[in-house]
Design a protein around this ligand. Structure first.
Ligand code: NZQ
Ligand code: ZN
Length: 389
């Protein structure tokens, strides 16, 4: 059954090897003062920075640089960015980087003119944005989060270890995003595969909920099959344009709000993963990889028919002579083999988690109700123990 919904996505995408050529035209839609947001320097090493600066200057923009955005961007950094944006009457925030830069830009966009505490109002309470919003644009250099075409903004308060994801309204989505798959070629292998698994996890979080016949699930299965194929190619041949461009495009579709329409969604792997990052600052995709299999094996009995379908339609498991349980388990075993082939982190021990953190991580995990089993605090502790191998 396809549930009821409204669908609107305001982000204009420019995709392909020449996509950056569209930046000039896009910049014409905004005022003079541009805040250039980027991370810790990869864009300077791979030459993207120089290309962007040249275009901004050519368009007569005044450039205000805001660099040093860290993976898992922090609340302190967001507050600093808001001060910079306000002091310079910024007309456009241009985020150049991965999901962290893009998420950070959204947080600054919504928070700069907020007269209350934006962390409390927008991230902890999830209230609607009523103040002026600074438009943002994105030049993506890493495929994974889907932040280039959604309202997601995930920010960490390092004092409380709380990593909170806010989904902003359409006005905060990037006005445009530029996706050149070649820009992702310089990613280190561990980041590339973490991105691939992040994409897989987004698809699974939206797949493992509901049991009825829903078109979204067919779309997800197709995206997963393409992702699995292209990830295997990219691991062996990172400069393979076909594979890298497929991965970039799948990432956008995995989390640009389309495939969640008309169904409930789970997101518990992300909730546990976020809490792990809140304590360890570990790479997002790797936190998901480390908890996914213990979680899915745990909830399998509650969603057996869907896990069987997943095994057959995504992993080509043959059902002949097997019970439903055996088919479903074989699907997860095949997924595990794929994850090992990619070289993903499979244990939270390797992410810097210690047993002393279990209690805090479990407490910092937001418990959602859209999956096959609503987890208890004790179940989360048990999952952490299972991943601590
Ligand atoms: O700091 P820089 O120099 O930019 O280096 C980055 C960073 O070290 C590097 N990198 C990016 N592009 C590169 C590159 N290095 C070489 N060549 C390139 N082309 O990669 C590292 C990771 O970058 P980051 O932006 O942190 O990665 P990602 O895109 O995975 O973003 C992760 C953040 O997004 C959040 C995560 O929780 C995490 O905070 N998420 C956002 C979502 C959303 N907006 O919807 C959903 C996701 O589930 C996720 O939670
Ligand atoms: Zn994710």
């Amino acid at each position: 059954m396809q549930g009821s919904f409204s669908y609107y996505n305001p982000t204009r995408l420019h995709f392909g090897e020449d996509a950056l050529a569209s930046l000039k035209e896009e910049l014409g839609n905004f005022g003079e003062n541009v805040m250039l947001v980027y991370g810790k320097g990869s864009i300077k090493q791979n030459g993207i920075y120089d290309q962007i600066i040249a275009i901004l200057k050519d368009c007569g923009k005044r450039i205000f640089e805001d660099s040093g955005v860290m993976p898992n961007p922090t609340l302190d950094k967001v507050r600093e960015g808001c001060r910079l944006a306000k002091a310079n009457a910024i007309d456009l925030i241009l985020a150049v980087g991965g999901g962290s830069c893009c998420d950070y830009a959204k947080a600054v966009s919504a928070s700069t003119y907020c007269e209350e505490d934006p962390w409390e109002k927008y991230f902890l309470k999830g209230e609607a944005v009523a103040n002026r919003i600074i438009p943002i644009g994105c030049v993506l250099t890493m495929a994974g989060t889907g932040s280039e075409m959604n309202g997601g903004s995930v920010i960490t308060d390092s004092k409380t270890h709380l990593k909170v994801g806010r989904v902003f309204e359409a006005e905060v989505f990037p006005k445009f995003s530029i996706l050149n798959p070649v820009f992702t070629f310089t990613l280190p292998k561990n980041q590339m595969v973490a991105g691939c698994f992040d994409i897989m996890s987004h698809l699974l979080e939206q797949y493992f909920s509901d049991m009825d016949d829903n078109t979204s699930d067919y779309l997800i299965e197709g995206l997963l099959r393409s992702l699995i194929h292209s990830s295997k190619v990219a691991v062996k041949d990172p400069r393979n344009y076909e594979a890298r461009s497929n991965i970039m495009w799948i990432a956008t579709w995995a989390l640009n709000t389309l495939v969640a329409k008309g169904k409930t969604t789970d997101w518990m792997v992300h909730m546990i993963g976020h809490s792990i990052s809140g304590y360890t600052d570990a790479t997002h995709g790797m936190t998901l990889a480390a908890v996914s299999l213990p979680y899915y094996r745990h909830i399998l009995p509650y969603g057996l028919a869907k896990f069987k379908r997943y095994a057959m339609n995504v992993w080509n498991v043959s059902p002949e002579g097997k019970t439903d349980e055996q088919i479903a388990q074989e699907g997860l075993a095949t997924m595990e083999a794929f994850m090992r082939e990619l070289g993903l982190v499979m244990s939270i021990k390797d992410l810097g988690v210690t047993p002393e953190m279990f209690e805090g991580i479990a407490r910092g995990t937001f418990i959602l109700k859209g999956g096959y089993k609503v987890l208890t605090h004790e179940e989360i502790i048990n999952l952490l123990k299972e991943s601590f191998v």
